[in-house]
Each structure stands twice: as structure tokens, then as C-alpha cells.
Design a binder for this molecule. Structure first.
Ligand SMILES: Nc1nc2c(ncn2[C@@H]2O[C@H](COP(=O)(O)OP(=O)(O)OP(=O)(O)O)[C@@H](O)[C@H]2O)c(=O)[nH]1
Ligand SMILES: [Mg+2]
Length: 403
């Protein structure tokens, strides 16, 4: 990632879906005007999803996802379809590519169902229009069976591409990119103190994304921002003329900061702020209540987005399990998954604790929340869980939408 570029997690994710050979990869190449994905007459050319970050006029910073055909076959094919489904979980707008002349639309119907279930806007494209003498029967079938008006495109002749881009622009979800990290908590001129321990987990020579994004957001809101490591908290408080309006801390030192905090200052954490932007803070707050109901026989799933090698005092692998077991009992079963691994079947769990998800886009986190909710499994996140385990959740200020 260059210094100037938008993090992947903040980009508008545009997924291409369709049968093998429908021209998904060719369409992605044509839309981005680059030869990114391999396109060939062999069905099943694309296997793993291909991600390409682009800046497109009118769409802004986006992330195209080219996928394997959803009609793939065999055991490997099934695995590829799973990956295509996971790509849909990240997708803000889906381009559904129809093969020219295809009569049976049952598979497309199933995927349209999945997309609509997720509230995912669809841009339907009838590709290979150059091969169709009369596209109207296919277009009519698509409309009659699926209620979609396909845009006629030829990826090879490069026709209809502008219409696709315009349709994408029209379909950008209204609230996309509108979530401010601190907007509901601060006003212009507020003094905000950030407690950012640069411990063993902190990357060398730079700040982690939630800290960078919070500082930028506070500057945009014209706040007066002071940053300290935990050991300089006393000095910072003593040096400020009046108590800060808001203190934002790394959630790992929540209890300590709470103890030292002037009563006038509000308190929250980076991870709570991220949770509100990336997911749904009220669901996370409700989920944390399930911590009180855990018994030594319960099962907890800890899910982290990063696949970094576990470090000493790692929050997901060491700290949270230790705090949970101290509270509930040593027998408590805890499973840990990372990266893209998030089980389809969550029903065996009594609680899920998710990381701050700074590496995931909002749509993907919401998909995971929906999966947990559909199976009635409470879900919370690291920051909210740490506040709960420190017995200060009710003292923490949750951004708008919070419980
Ligand atoms: N005539 C014509 N051929 C096209 C068009 N778009 C794609 N093709 C051809 O169709 C074949 C399949 O294209 P791909 O882009 O690889 O299709 P895909 O959907 O990505 O296929 P898989 O990766 O196998 O799922 C290639 O030979 C392309 O050159 C088009 O608009 N017109
Ligand atoms: Mg392909």
C-alpha cells in the first residue's frame, strides 16, 4: 500500500459473479482498462477470487473482485463456489454477468436470491452482446424471471461499459463511507486525549490503522488532539489546562485509564470506535452481556481478521482467553480462528468475540454479524469484551447507535 492510497477495507467492493465463461474476467479487465485477470475460452479459468484496487472516476477508490464461475463442478468446484460466496460476503455492489443465449436461469435466480437477502445491489450485465443478433429474447427472459433489466455489453468490443459504470455509481449504497469514527462524540474545538501504548505488538516505525484513522477523523472535526503512551498519561493530564472532553484509549489499558480519568472526561476506545464504523455497536454491546451467562461448559469462538504470527501477550490468543477463564473457569472451551476462516455453522458457540476488523470492509463484518444473528449466537468484539471484563462497559461511551 502506498502512503497515499485508501486502505482496502475502506474501498467500495464490487464483485463480479456469473457462470464460467460468461466473461467476468474480460469484463473486469475492460472496466478497469487493464489486463488484470486471465481470460480464456477454457471454462474455469478463474479459480481463486482476484482482487484489484482501482480509482475510478465517479466511483472513487474501489476494489474489484473477480470470482470463479458459480456453476463450477466437482469437489474442487465446490470449494471454489465457497470462495465465491465468501467474496459475496464482502461485496457492496454485485455485477451479475449473464452468458449470452443462456436459457436456464435457475442458477442466476439462486444467486440473485442470495444477493437480495444480503441487501446487495445488483448491476445485471448481458455480456457478449456482439455475438447476439437479437439480444431481446435473452434480456426479456432475464427480466421476466428475475425482475432485472440487463445492460448490453461487449467486453471484447468495449461497448456498454459506460452504462455499467453509471449503473455502479447509481447503486453505491447511500451510507457507504459516511460513517465517521468520532463524529457522534466530538464537537469542533474539543480536546481529545489519545492513549496509545506502543507495546510489543505495535509495528515498528508506524502507527496502526485505527490510530491513524482516528487522528485524521479528529483533525477533520477540528479537535485539539494529544497523543501519549500509557506511562505519560499522568503527565499529559497534569499538563492540560482543563480535563479533556474525551479520552480514547487502546482497550487493553481500559481499566487503568478509567481509574486515572478525570470525572468530566468521557471515555471510549479505538476498538469501540472501529466497531461502530465497521459493524453494529449495539449488537456488540448486547453480545457482551452473554459473558455473564458463560459457564465452565460454554464454548467461545474468538475470530481475528489478521493472520499475523501470534505475539507474546497477544490479545486474541492470550489476554482474552486468560481474562475469560479467570472469570468463568479454566475449563471454558475457546476456539480461535483467523483471516477468512469463519465457520458457516456457529450454532455450537455460546459467544463469539470478533477483533476490531480494521483489515475487513464494513460489508464483510456485517455479513459475519448477520450469520451469527441468524443462528442466535451472541457476538461482541475485542474492545467491548475487554470493557465488559474490566467491569466498565457501562462507563464507556458508545458512539451513536450504541446501546
Ligand atoms: N465475443 C465475445 N467474447 C467474449 C466477450 N467477453 C468474453 N469473451 C470471451 O469469452 C471467453 C471467456 O471469458 P472469461 O473472461 O475468461 O470468462 P470468465 O467468466 O472469467 O470465465 P471463468 O474464469 O472460467 O469463470 C474468452 O474466450 C473471452 O475472450 C465478449 O464480450 N464478446
Ligand atoms: Mg474468469
Amino acid at each position: 500500500m502506498s502512503l497515499q492510497s485508501t486502505p482496502s477495507s475502506d474501498r467500495l467492493h464490487i464483485g463480479l459473479f456469473g457462470r464460467r465463461n460468461s466473461g467476468k474476467s474480460s469484463l473486469m479487465n475492460a472496466l478497469t482498462n487493464q489486463q488484470i485477470a486471465l481470460a480464456s475460452p477454457v471454462a474455469g479459468t478463474t479459480t481463486d477470487p482476484v482482487f484489484k484496487a482501482m480509482e475510478i472516476h465517479g466511483l472513487g477508490p474501489c476494489m474489484f473482485i473477480d470470482t470463479a464461475g458459480f456453476d463450477d463442478e466437482g469437489e474442487l468446484g465446490q470449494l471454489r463456489i465457497e470462495k465465491t460466496r465468501a467474496a459475496l460476503d464482502k461485496t457492496d455492489i454485485a455485477i451479475l454477468v449473464f452468458s449470452a443465449g443462456e436459457k436456464d436461469l435457475s442458477m442466476e435466480k439462486e444467486w440473485v436470491g442470495l444477493m437480495r437477502q444480503r441487501g446487495c445491489p445488483i448491476v445485471p450485465v448481458l455480456n457478449k452482446a456482439d455475438l447476439l443478433q437479437d439480444p431481446s429474447p435473452t434480456a426479456k427472459a432475464i427480466h421476466d424471471q428475475l425482475g432485472l433489466f440487463p445492460i448490453l455489453v461487449s467486453s471484447t468490443e468495449k461497448t456498454g461499459l459506460k452504462d455499467v459504470l453509471q449503473a455502479l455509481i447509481r447503486q453505491i449504497p447511500q451510507d457507504f463511507g459516511q460513517h465517521s469514527l468520532t463524529g457522534s462524540l466530538v464537537r469542533e474545538g474539543d480536546s481529545v486525549l489519545l492513549v496509545m501504548p506502543q507495546d510489543i505488538q505495535a509495528p515498528k516505525g508506524r502507527l496502526i490503522l485505527p490510530q491513524v484513522q482516528t487522528i485524521r477523523d479528529l483533525l477533520d472535526h477540528k479537535c485539539v488532539v494529544t497523543c501519549v503512551t500509557t506511562d505519560q498519561l499522568d503527565a499529559a493530564l497534569a499538563g492540560l489546562k482543563s480535563p479533556p472532553d474525551l479520552i480514547i484509549t487502546d482497550s487493553q489499558v481500559f481499566p487503568l485509564v478509567y481509574e486515572k480519568k478525570p470525572p468530566e472526561s468521557q471515555l471510549t476506545s479505538f476498538s469501540v470506535l472501529m466497531a461502530a464504523v465497521k459493524g453494529d455497536i449495539s449488537i456488540f454491546a448486547q453480545g457482551a452481556a452473554a459473558i455473564d451467562k458463560l459457564t465452565p461448559n460454554s464454548r467461545v469462538l474468538i475470530a481475528e481478521a489478521c493472520t499475523h504470527a501470534p505475539l507474546q501477550e497477544d490479545i486474541g490468543r492470550v489476554k482474552l482467553p486468560r481474562l475469560l477463564r479467570q472469570r468463568v473457569g479454566q475449563e471454558l472451551q475457546i476456539d480461535i480462528v483467523s483471516g477468512q476462516d469463519f465457520p458457516q455453522d456457529l450454532s455450537g458457540y455460546d459467544l463469539i468475540i470478533h477483533c476490531g476488523s480494521c483489515m475487513f470492509n464494513r460489508r464483510y463484518v456485517l455479513s459475519r454479524l448477520e450469520r451469527a444473528q441468524a443462528q442466535n449466537v451472541p457476538i461482541t468484539n475485542y474492545g467491548v469484551a475487554l470493557a465488559k471484563l474490566g467491569n466498565i462497559l457501562d462507563k464507556v461511551c458508545l458512539p451513536e447507535g450504541g446501546a
